[in-house]
Design a protein around this ligand. Sequence first.
Ligand code: GLY
Ligand code: MN
Ligand code: MN
Length: 436
Amino acid sequence: MKQSEFKKRRKHLMQRIGKGNIALIGSAAMQTRNNDVHYPFRQDSDFYYLTGFNEPEALAVFIPGREQGEYILFCREYDEKKALWEGAHAGLEGATKHYEADDAFPIADLNDILPGLLENKTKVFYPMGNDPELDHSLQDWLRKIRSQSRKGVVAPGELVTLDLVLHEMRLIKSAAELELMRRAAEVSANAHVKAMQVCQPGLYEYQVEAEIVHHFMQNGLRAVAYPSIVATGKNACTLHYTENNTKLKSGDLLLIDAGGECDHYAADITRTFPVSGRFSGPQKLLYQLVLDAQIAALEQIKPGLPWNLAHEASVHTITKGLLELGLLKGRLKKLIKDEKYKQFYMHRIGHWLGMDVHDVGDYKVNQEWRLLEAGMVLTVEPGIYVPADCKGVDEQWRGIGIRIEDDVLVTADGHEVLSSGAPKTIQEIEALMQAG
Ligand code: GLY
Ligand code: MN
Ligand code: MN
């Protein structure tokens, strides 16, 4: 992503914060795996959104209207030995030159410099409760300023969570963000096609997972957006199953929920298909029902409609279908009112999608479901799960878990499915698997 995009975001943020106030946001920290080995570094999404700076041990400060510069970056100083062992890092010069900070200071000097920047500001915006170290440091800095009040300096009196401003910005995706999200969804959808092509009885779930991750990596998606779920047979009824170590059997379904990350933007796609390449009778009936529910939900994705309508449409379709198939008994209206469908469809229709797979942004505004707006991206992912030990349902349905999940952009006059590259009708899936 170009630096100009980050600059635009910072400008927008400064306008929202207003003169006389200050905002702080820290980077993610390295996480230890064991001894001196770390997990791969993933920058904090809020921090990256504003800075494009992909290093730990950094803190960004935004002070609208500050004469010497509004954007200050604290980061690690350049260290030749570190560069030799761990690779490139920007240093103070890189922070100003490449990342366009107006000022850069060593992170080691944070405690000496930051109280001075906070002096006489009215509000401090920061991601409250997100980073215990920053929460704690802020209290120390404020205490330090208060202790000097006789000199005439005033400590900020209001602490405001930065989320209120920043997450509203992140909820509406720019053209540059959509380019990355399209790429993440396209590559991830093709990885699902790959999985359908290689799938056969006798493989282990992790071998199919390997194909998917291989496809992500080969196409530049260097990280998974979340641990891949590759769940065959009854494993698919465990919503967040990630063991991925069962052998595939002919006659079972395979549910794959996997998405890659493209330059910090996620895809989140689920497809469910038969290991043998052909759906059985009962699988077909439940699968078609989930697909009908997804299509009904997608019809409710357009600007101006409340976010919840898609969920309600999926609930209606699934409950009606389960009643017709005999998995639920009673009257449709009452079954919906009593939420009886939750025995088989226990999650909601989806979530915002962006830099985080479960992305930021409120779902309700003033206690009302939020209206969809162009530029929002969300998942639409109904499912039906009948546990293997489910009582009171015919044996033919037991141990079947199905979810179909697409990534959907709200457009000016409707929506666009970003993940449409992965087939989802019964005919398309069977044709693809038999061609392979
Ligand atoms: N992959 C997590 C979810 O679908 O929400
Ligand atoms: Mn998913
Ligand atoms: Mn999802």
